[in-house]
Design a protein around this ligand. Sequence first.
Ligand code: HEM
Length: 144
Amino acid sequence: MKWLILFHVLGATIWVGGHLILSLGFLPQALRHRDISIILNFEKYFERIGLPALLVQAITGVSMALIYVPFSAWGSLETSHHVYLWIKLGLLIATLALGIHARLFIIPRLTTEKLSLLALHIILVTMLGVALVITGMSFRFTYI
Ligand code: HEM
């Protein structure tokens, strides 16, 4: 469990930290100067580290969730841990849906006109990341 938490927290720092830097640092610059290359350059380098980090989150997250809630009990919402588990999976699916939509349909044909649509995706993925951190912390602070 110790190692799972370590890799889960390291993955979270990369995924959520990277998106906070993008949302609060690079995105406002790109919007101010209407310069898509600022985002594209960040994405080019972040993708290589961010996507493996997200995969680590999913693997370590599901492994830890199985310790809290055995797979046979995933169908119920009996305790707070069951609820957090499904909130986390829902947040992960929403993150993947937004990421795939941006990667396949916005980034390849990105123009300055579409910058605000990409900005919306970036802000939503960042908020989902923060929500994943808060839900993750809730597991530890609930004793039922
Ligand atoms: C980008 C995706 C994710 C992020 C950023 C994230 C972030 C976090 C953070 C920061 C913690 C707190 C760790 C601690 O208290 O030491 C945590 C805990 C946890 N996360 Fe995630 N998480 C993600 C995805 C997932 C997924 C997909 C699952 C699976 C359902 C999951 C299951 C858990 C569990 C079970 C814990 C409790 C670990 C413990 O403290 O005992 N996480 N998460």
